[in-house]
Ligand binder design. Structure first.
Ligand SMILES: [Mg+2]
Length: 371
């Protein structure tokens, strides 16, 4: 089923987490309308988490306690114990890390697991999800819902569908169909600004976006839920351990920063239309040089431009304290052949695709292009 699919993610989301933890300590509250929340002293505060029984009365997290009591007269209010929730959260995350080291913790009760590299070890994704689900229930005693999909973002939406206490997998190549009628504003990562902009373009649903801007949609799909899908720039700078006179040594540091920003950019399927390099001296004077109207994708392209800009920016005979590189503006990389490498473009793209994969698995220093 997963032939030709090179990524698969699981999104694990605890069900009304704070309440579930309280129910371990207070089993007598099971089946009752319970909320965790409330304020100190005379402040009434808001609901931080509501049991499903309380939700049936229209009580949600964020509802004021006053309003919650009005909607559900028998409501039981438990004061939050965040240290406890964090401790339980750590046990849950530890179970997830037994499956794969690639666990991205999104919040105290949510995480994304990259299962791509561990299928051979553990078996099909549904098996893994079932295993995780049972283990958390058995060892920690709290229920969770798990979504599985090729993209973290879709996995997150699938876990909502799996509520409560279930597992839901969106099959490869069915993602867009699954989300077709979904309002764009419900997508993680699509905030107020993006929603407003899309509204201005008369785009409200995923289906409309797919029709109008398929590349934009692909970008969204590839985004991890906590990342900004449309960064305006990607930059990296380094304050050197000590001020350095040796230009070749500083250049080596700069090349390393270039590899870092270039690989981050490619991971987001972006290309750069400009680059700038910054140099700061021991006496804190700083100089910057830009190049715009360019097209950069690969390490060697970024390095070539950066070294040229560095030689221009480095205009004082002083020891250097800091060096930095910044890629901006960024555009969605539609995969057209880069002009700079002529008809070797496809081969170069293939080499970098492979390199990016190796780096993703073994770390950024495992493999990179030499000079
Ligand atoms: Mg949750």
């Amino acid at each position: 089923m997963l032939n030709g699919i090179d990524s698969i993610f699981a999104h694990v989301d605890m069900d009304s987490f704070f309440v579930s933890v309280e129910l371990i300590r207070h089993p007598e509250l099971r089946g009752q309308p319970v909320v965790v929340g409330g304020g100190r002293g005379s402040r009434m505060g808001v609901v931080a988490a509501a049991s499903y029984e309380a939700r049936a009365y229209g009580v949600r997290s964020g509802t004021s306690i006053l309003e919650a009591k009005r909607r559900c007269p028998g409501l039981i209010i438990v004061h939050p114990n965040h240290l406890l929730y964090e401790a339980v959260s750590r046990s849950v995350m530890a179970i997830l890390r037994e499956i794969t080291p690639d666990v991205q913790v999104l919040s105290v009760d949510e995480a994304v697991l990259d299962l791509s590299g561990v299928l051979r070890l553990w078996g099909p994704p549904m098996w893994i999800a079932d295993r995780v689900h049972r283990k958390i229930e058995r060892e920690v005693g709290v229920p969770c819902s798990i979504g599985i999909a090729r993209f973290p973002l879709v996995a997150k939406l699938a876990s909502k569908l799996a509520k409560r206490n279930g597992i839901c997998m969106i099959l490869p190549r069915k993602e867009t169909a699954f989300l077709y009628d979904h309002r764009i504003s419900l997508m993680p990562g699509v905030g107020r600004m993006t929603t407003a902009y899309l509204k201005y373009l008369d785009v409200f649903t995923v289906g409309e976006l797919v029709a109008r801007a398929p590349l934009f949609w692909e970008r969204l799909l590839l985004t991890r839920p906590v990342e900004n899908p449309f960064p305006k720039s990607i930059s990296s700078d380094l304050t050197l351990d000590r001020d350095m006179d040796d230009r070749e040594a500083v250049s080596a540091v700069l090349r390393n920063l270039c590899r870092k920003v270039a690989s981050r950019m490619r991971r987001k399927c972006l290309k750069a239309g400009g680059i700038s390099v910054r140099v700061r001296y021991g006496d804190f004077q700083a100089f910057e040089q830009h190049q715009t109207r360019t097209e950069l994708r690969y390490d060697f392209e970024v390095i070539r431009q950066a070294e040229r800009l560095f030689s221009l920016a480095d205009c004082l005979l002083l020891p250097i304290r800091l060096v930095g590189v910044r890629l901006s503006p960024l555009f969605v990389d539609g995969g057209s052949r880069p002009l700079t490498v002529g008809n070797r473009g496809h081969a170069v793209a293939a080499v970098y695709r492979t390199m990016d994969k190796v780096q993703k698995k073994y770390g950024r220093n495992s493999l990179f292009q030499g000079r």
